[in-house]
Design a protein around this ligand. Structure first.
Ligand SMILES: Nc1nc2c(c(=O)[nH]1)N[C@H]1C(S)=C(S)[C@@H](COP(=O)(O)OP(=O)(O)OC[C@H]3O[C@@H](n4cnc5c(=O)[nH]c(N)nc54)[C@H](O)[C@@H]3O)O[C@H]1N2
Ligand SMILES: Nc1nc2c(c(=O)[nH]1)N[C@H]1C(S)=C(S)[C@@H](COP(=O)(O)OP(=O)(O)OC[C@H]3O[C@@H](n4cnc5c(=O)[nH]c(N)nc54)[C@H](O)[C@@H]3O)O[C@H]1N2
Ligand SMILES: [Mo]
Length: 808
């Protein structure tokens, strides 16, 4: 989230698109209700199904799954041609005036630099700004240069006419027009729209670009950095934000630092590459501090063993031989027999990952599988034959499965980071049952034993394990408090910070501005620095007073970074530092310093005249319409069809088959044969959640099992009639990869769509059932989903695939 849950109350318009917040985030959804009740906000919902969120919306329109870029592209075209943009904001705070390199091009659905054989953009030399001899980016403030971002963007989206967008999305032209008009009213300074999304956008082969297209709309409207604005990812699991913050993805380090690749053996080159110099005069480029964050991290991990002489233990860090080991990659390798053991901590891959049969076959190739979980999951039971629901030959599976029962969140102290980037401390409610141990205990014991083995037996390269700092009172079970303090960080020696304050050795640091690259500070995650200071545990704060009435509640828990609630909030004020609208004030310049109702996302003492731009995490200081080389499928979002498309062509460039679906998506060679086509599987399916269950675990709880006891699928009335299906019939839903059987819910909430001059029916499939727990057994929904994903995040395309439906 750029903004916060509470800030939704400040919105004038709430667009829920790519999510179903009333169902999946029913508690947070109260802030939408607040906005409607106290701010007369309008709620618009765009979803393939008329959802629980749609049922309380002011306006709803259906969309074909996987086509949101066509809608957003059309909207961008509309805003530009109708001139519904926040001019002053767009001209000064975005890259519209920047000149793009001559090497950039786009033809027939493909950007410059594509390698067909590698299915990747291998030459991105054209995807950047033209630099002058002074090293700064070239700009044309008149926006006339045909190679400025404004002109290129306008040209790119001119193809997205209302009619074509409607034909792709299956949304009637008048409905589309109505929503666009309403959104366009938010280009007035001070009038803001918030966009709330979740998996309806991420789970597509073009998911990242869908979200980017939404960000572009928000920039055109001047809605980023504004109260009631922003692009807001409603996170899923209670601590999934914390997972990415702490760098648990295979290619990251805590605080969005990145692991080196194999070619990066040289420490200095690693740091220099990540320390971008400003691309505009007078600009602050915040990543210039990369070295301070990195050295402080290595001091937290390796303590006295990280020294200037050994480049702060740089050689102990693994160097990636491939870009990343995401779950699709790992299970692909497992399927090839290249993985011996798998440690599965709080993860139920056979239920959660696409293509259940493929995942089962991969698990069966393991020598051993360890499952750390409070429950017996489908994954820990994957070898058990459960009739049609898990139709395996147990005798053929040799994998040894070891279950280590864990406690769950209510049985331990700790912190969770919510979607708003708030770190909230929580307290244990009860002891775990039976032999359950905390995850911290299990992992720590495992580490101690591994370390002992390295000590006694040696090994190829024991240093990274032997030299790790482990300063906890009880080495087998560090306390959550000890870990939280370490993650915040402390002084390793006496030192003087940037403001001249004398800091004593071992003092908890007050914030990341104190971090240094000379070894005098240690911090396990720089963005969390400030969460446990000399004043104590900031995450435990529970003061919800709101002195400005702006819903920033600065005293409630602690938000990263620096307790700032709204990112890029400098953009809520004009060039002179005056809020665009006095009713929407966040930060402003008082003649000497920046301050306001939020912590400024800016250098507090830099006067507006100095010409520093608000987006300080980019070296050019402005927000990007042109993504330079950051996105794997090109600088501008382009609509591509789902890999399993019900219409078979991409109406934007029907002649180029290579650009039907995302040419840079994550797909392995062995997967192509498992994809179906519309002739055999004519219906577009999507999978989703219900309020009454949480994934695959609440079916172990009696009350949840009573409220939603049995698996069902949703079918529109028109299709049901065609197929002779009535409510309550059992139906078989099949894809190229397998089938499920469930009860049919026949509904008005899913209607047939007119797409590319044909009728497309959509099928809705909730995902919560399986072959463990107290509900009736069901088939894993992921039996149906294809094993491929987004080109940047590798998130599987669980929201768009093809199926057939028959009555059984
Ligand atoms: N009760 C409950 N709440 C949960 C969870 C749970 O299991 N149970 N899980 C949590 C987790 S981990 C997550 S990640 C979140 C997910 O939260 P959400 O993303 O809100 O939930 P989903 O139900 O997966 O999908 C939301 C909607 O996306 C729509 N959709 C599908 N394809 C498209 C498309 O192409 N375009 C558009 N515009 N919409 C589309 C679906 O019809 C569905 O209504 O929920 C969290 N909250
Ligand atoms: N088709 C389809 N597939 C999907 C999705 C979809 O929309 N459609 N959604 C996807 C999404 S967004 C997600 S997040 C995944 C969810 O997939 P998973 O994360 O694999 O599923 P969960 O059941 O939420 O959690 C896994 C396990 O964590 C255990 N657990 C709970 N607390 C603790 C703890 O403190 N310690 C340990 N060790 N274990 C604990 C639970 O008992 C549970 O068995 O599914 C994905 N799969
Ligand atoms: Mo999720």
């Amino acid at each position: 989230m750029t903004n916060t849950w509470t800030d939704i109350a400040n919105a004038n318009l709430v667009l829920v698109m790519g999510g179903n917040a009333a169902e999946a985030h029913p508690c947070g959804f109260k802030w939408v209700t607040e906005a409607k009740a106290h701010n007369k906000a309008r709620l618009i919902v765009v979803d393939p199904r008329f959802t629980r969120t749609a049922s309380v919306a002011d306006y709803y329109a259906p969309i074909r799954t996987g086509t949101d870029i066509a809608f957003m592209g059309g909207l961008i075209n509309y805003l530009l041609t109708e001139d519904k943009i926040q001019h002053e904001y767009v001209h000064n705070y975005t890259d519209v005036s920047f000149i793009v390199k001559a090497g950039y091009g786009f033809e027939d659905g493909i950007f410059s630099g594509y390698d067909v054989a590698k299915r990747a953009y291998t030459d991105r030399s054209g995807w950047g700004y033209e630099l002058g001899e002074d090293g700064f980016a070239k700009v044309d403030p008149t926006l006339q240069d045909p190679r400025c971002v404004y002109q290129l963007m306008k040209q790119h989206y001119s193809r997205y006419t209302k009619e074509l967008a409607s034909q792709i999305c299956g949304m009637p032209v008048d409905a589309m027009q109505k929503i666009w008009e309403e959104i366009a009213t938010c280009s007035t300074p001070g009038k803001t729209m918030t966009i709330l999304y979740a998996l309806g956008w991420t789970q597509h082969s073009v998911g990242s670009q869908m979200i980017r297209s939404a960000a572009m709309v928000q920039l055109l409207l001047g809605n980023v950095g504004m109260p009631g604005g922003g692009v807001n990812a409603l996170r899923g699991h209670s601590n999934i934000q914390g997972l990415t913050d702490l760098g648990l993805l295979s290619n990251s380090l805590p605080g969005y630092l990145t692991l080196p690749g194999e070619a990066e053996q040289d420490y200095n080159a690693y740091i220099v590459k990540r320390t971008q110099k400003p691309l505009r005069p007078g600009q602050l480029s915040y990543w210039q501090n990369y070295g301070k964050f990195h050295v402080s991290l290595m001091k937290a991990w390796y303590g006295a063993n990280a020294t200037a002489e050994n480049n702060w233990a740089y050689d102990y860090l693994p160097k990636l031989d491939i870009p990343q080991y995401d779950i699709l990659k790992v299970f692909d390798l497992m399927g090839q027999g290249k993985v011996n053991g798998y440690l599965c901590q709080g993860f139920n891959p056979i239920a959660a990952l696409p293509d259940k049969h493929r995942v089962t076959a991969a698990l069966a190739k393991l020598k051993w599988l360890v499952v750390m979980d409070p429950l017996a999951t489908e994954t820990s039971e994957f070898w058990r034959n459960v009739g049609p629901y898990n139709d395996v030959k147990s005798a053929d599976i040799q994998t040894e499965v070891i279950r280590l029962p864990t406690t769950c969140f209510a049985e331990e102290d700790g912190s969770l980071v919510n979607s708003s980037r708030w770190l909230q401390w929580h307290w244990k409610g009860a002891d775990g049952p039976g032999e359950a141990q905390t995850d911290i205990r299990i992992m720590s014991e495992l580490f101690q034993r591994l370390r002992q083995r390295y000590q006694t037996e040696g090994g190829k390269y024991p240093d990274p394990i032997l030299k790790l700092s482990w300063p906890y009172k009880i080495p087998d079970e560090p306390s959550p408090e000890e870990l939280a303090k370490e993650i915040n960080g402390s002084a390793t020696t006496d030192f003087t910070d940037a403001t001249g304050a004398a800091i004593k050795a071992n003092a908890q640091l007050a914030g990341f501005a104190q971090l240094k690259d000379d070894g005098s500070t240690a911090s396990g995650c720089w963005i969390f620095c400030g969460s446990w200071t000399e004043l104590g545990n900031q995450m435990a704060r529970r003061d919800n007073s709101d002195p400005y009435g702006m819903h920033q509640t600065q005293g409630w828990a602690w938000a990263w970074p620096a307790n700032r609630r709204i990112l890029y909030n400098r953009a809520s004020a004009d060039l002179q530092g005056k809020p665009w609208d006095p009713k929407k004030r966040l930060v402003w310049w008082n003649g000497k310093t920046w301050g306001g109702t939020d912590v400024p996302d800016y250098k507090a003492d830099v006067a507006p005249e100095a010409g520093m731009n608000p987006f300080i995490m980019n070296p050019e200081g402005v927000a990007r319409f042109f993504a330079v080389d950051k996105m794997n499928e090109g600088p501008f979002p382009e609509h591509y069809e789902p890999f399993e498309t019900p219409i078979g062509i991409n109406p934007l460039h029907p002649q180029n088959k290579k650009a039907t679906s995302n040419p840079a998506a994550r797909i392995f060679d062995s997967v192509w044969d498992s994809l179906g086509v519309a002739k055999d599987y004519p219906y577009a399916a999507t999978s989703y959640r219900l309020t009454e269950h949480f994934h695959f675990w609440t079916k172990h709880c009696k009350l949840n099992s009573i409220t939603q006891p049995e698996q069902f699928v949703e079918i529109g009335e028109v299709l049901a009639k065609e197929k002779g299906i009535v409510a309550g019939d059992r139906v078989r839903v099949s894809s190229k990869r397998g089938f499920i059987e469930a009860v049919a819910v026949v509904t008005k909430r899913i209607r047939p769509l007119q797409v590319n001059n044909q009728v497309v029916h959509q099928i809705g499939i909730p995902l919560h059932w399986g072959f463990t727990g107290l509900t009736r057994h069901g088939y894993l929904t992921n039996t149906l989903v294809p094993f491929l994903g987004d080109g940047n995040t590798q998130t599987p395309e669980s929201k768009s695939f093809l199926v057939n439906v028959e009555k059984v």
